[in-house]
Design a protein around this ligand. Structure first.
Ligand SMILES: [Zn+2]
Length: 94
């Protein structure tokens, strides 16, 4: 019975140690992830986000009038048509 008890205590001690080690690893992992997130955020500031990057307008064709060099939302013909409403801000932003 004494041996069994000693074994059980050993097992409990080992489990406690493993749990402690795991918790330490988790803390380390969280720390590394947090550091990586900061690094990623700083790197993202260096890389232009494609959607926000200015596109070469010389290659775009307006599907409003078919003229190369501007987007349909900048189309002079369309703007002339919608001129009375264009003054209202936020309308084109949808
Ligand atoms: Zn146009």
């Amino acid at each position: 019975m004494h041996i069994e008890h000693a074994k059980m205590t050993d097992t409990i001690n080992i489990l406690a140690m493993e749990r402690k080690a795991l918790r330490h690893q988790h803390a380390k992992k969280d720390y590394l992830i947090a550091r990586l997130r900061v690094r990623i955020a700083s790197l993202e500031q260096l890389i232009p986000i494609p959607n926000h990057a200015p596109r070469d307008k010389s290659t775009v064709t307006c599907y409003e009038c078919g003229v190369v060099g501007h987007y349909s939302n900048e189309c002079p013909k369309k703007l002339a048509k919608t001129a009375p409403n264009a003054a209202a801000p936020g309308k084109s932003r949808f």
